[in-house]
Design a protein around this ligand. Sequence first.
Ligand code: HEC
Ligand code: HEC
Ligand code: HEC
Ligand code: HEC
Ligand code: HEC
Ligand code: HEC
Ligand code: HEC
Ligand code: HEC
Ligand code: HEC
Length: 265
Amino acid sequence: MDSSFAFSGSMLDTKPIPYTFFFFDGVPNPELTIEAANSDSLDQIGDITKVVDKEVKPAFFVHQPYRERKCDNCHDKERMGSLKMSMMDLCTECHSGFKKQSTFVHGPVAGGNCTQCHNPHKAKNEKLLLRNGRDLCLNCHDTKNIYKGDFHSSSNELDCLSCHKPHGSVNHSLLQKGVCTLCHENFNEKYKVVHGPVASDNCSVCHVPHRYGTEKLLLHSGRELCLNCHNIKQVLKNDYHTDLGETSCTECHNPHGGEDRYIFN
Ligand code: HEC
Ligand code: HEC
Ligand code: HEC
Ligand code: HEC
Ligand code: HEC
Ligand code: HEC
Ligand code: HEC
Ligand code: HEC
Ligand code: HEC
């Protein structure tokens, strides 16, 4: 068990858990804002902006059943440290539909190891997370595999969750729906004629965000990329391809789409 789970014995008495502890660096404290808003004084209006600007965040995010001290929702009454049932059954009793919704389920979720990412009582991070942002993921996934070299160009700071879902997905590799078009142009809208694999949103047959060695995150450089699917003999057979030499396919064809058949640049 992570030591951050430890809490003082005073939690077992009837005093409220000190989750009402606030400090000044998060979302606005509604109580302070309301107090200021109820005042008639113009000076106080100045204060409202101050309060909102400073941003107030609770020191802890507390899980609702824990805050309501419903310990026995989860624990054996006699032995507070042990759970009433398996973690998976316990968590999904209130948070239903974890396995069913997804075709691909994330390893630790499939194993019912919810507490490898969430603290069941309270946490400093939103959603009761043990760690924030990429630190959460890189606690298990080897940085060397994920950031082989020049990960996603200058955007090394991209959060894992901008492309992946944490629990499961209907898409392979736990990908978000329409993941690439969340940030990039939608070629299906841009071009009249869209290249086969692009039309089926299969960007990763050509681009691999976690690999490097080629420009533009491409799986292969030059014509290798195209000849992965197109038969070279078939291609060279036609007059218009006979003098190709070393010319790259993308000299003439746009890899994503175009205005006419044959997707020319
Ligand atoms: C939403 C379910 C839930 C609620 C409510 C809950 N707990 Fe827990 N608690 C857990 C889980 C899950 C663990 C981790 C068990 C594990 O990993 O084996 C845990 C661990 C513990 C432990 C042992 C680990 C440690 O932190 O030292 C104690 C003691 C404990 N809880 C006490 C309480 C008390 C007291 C309350 C009520 C104020 C409470 N819990 C409310 C789910 C809950
Ligand atoms: C007794 C019912 C109950 C059980 C059991 C339970 N939860 Fe919750 N959980 C809630 C409620 C109620 C909320 C707050 C309402 C909501 O956001 O849906 C919540 C919220 C959450 C949140 C979101 C917190 C936030 O800040 O938005 C997470 C994460 C979470 N639970 C994880 C777990 C995990 C992990 C377990 C198993 C250890 C678990 N829950 C077991 C009732 C439960
Ligand atoms: C690999 C880490 C990881 C594991 C394991 C994990 N979660 Fe989460 N969970 C997250 C992240 C990250 C979020 C926040 C998602 C967001 O903000 O979009 C989250 C959010 C949640 C929420 C808040 C509602 C939501 O979907 O945003 C609940 C409830 C929840 N998790 C329950 C669980 C339960 C139950 C389990 C175990 C079956 C579990 N989680 C296992 C990472 C994890
Ligand atoms: C507690 C350890 C743990 C944490 C934390 C964790 N993962 Fe994983 N992840 C795993 C395991 C185990 C697998 C399964 C590995 C396998 O099958 O080879 C996996 C697999 C994956 C896969 C591949 C899934 C597939 O279908 O091929 C992706 C993508 C992934 N994790 C992303 C993430 C992201 C994003 C986060 C942070 C939100 C994260 N992981 C946090 C343990 C973890
Ligand atoms: C720009 C989008 C994007 C971001 C950001 C991203 N990934 Fe991925 N990730 C992908 C895609 C696409 C695949 C599938 C690659 C494939 O099909 O070959 C993938 C595959 C994976 C895999 C499984 C295959 C492998 O290479 O091991 C893991 C694990 C993974 N990502 C973890 C992470 C983690 C951890 C982070 C954050 C540090 C992250 N990803 C950030 C897009 C992204
Ligand atoms: C969260 C936003 C985001 C998502 C999601 C995203 N990208 Fe990007 N992508 C970026 C940013 C930012 C850049 C950097 C632009 C720059 O450097 O000018 C970039 C750059 C690229 C480049 C150009 C790389 C280079 O070397 O010039 C390619 C190719 C690319 N992304 C493909 C993808 C693919 C494929 C996906 C889906 C798996 C994807 N992106 C998902 C934000 C995103
Ligand atoms: C058939 C292979 C292939 C597929 C499928 C593909 N791309 Fe590309 N993409 C390329 C090639 C080749 C380049 C480099 C073009 C160049 O350098 O002129 C490129 C360049 C890019 C760039 C960089 C743009 C620039 O102007 O530098 C982005 C962003 C991009 N692709 C996104 C995507 C997205 C999003 C998808 C899925 C909807 C996708 N690609 C599908 C082959 C492909
Ligand atoms: C993942 C497989 C795949 C890769 C890689 C691939 N293509 Fe294609 N390509 C297709 C499919 C599928 C079609 C549609 C076939 C059809 O409609 O008969 C197609 C069609 C075409 C067409 C004909 C378009 C039309 O309207 O008739 C051209 C030109 C083309 N691809 C060029 C390229 C070039 C250039 C590359 C490399 C940048 C490339 N392809 C890489 C699968 C691929
Ligand atoms: C010098 C420009 C040029 C280059 C370079 C080029 N093509 Fe083409 N491609 C054409 C023209 C012209 C057509 C047919 C237009 C027509 O029939 O009107 C065509 C048609 C195609 C077609 C659809 C018809 C067919 O033959 O199946 C495919 C697929 C194709 N090219 C793939 C490729 C691949 C793969 C490469 C790289 C090895 C490549 N092209 C390089 C000019 C080029």
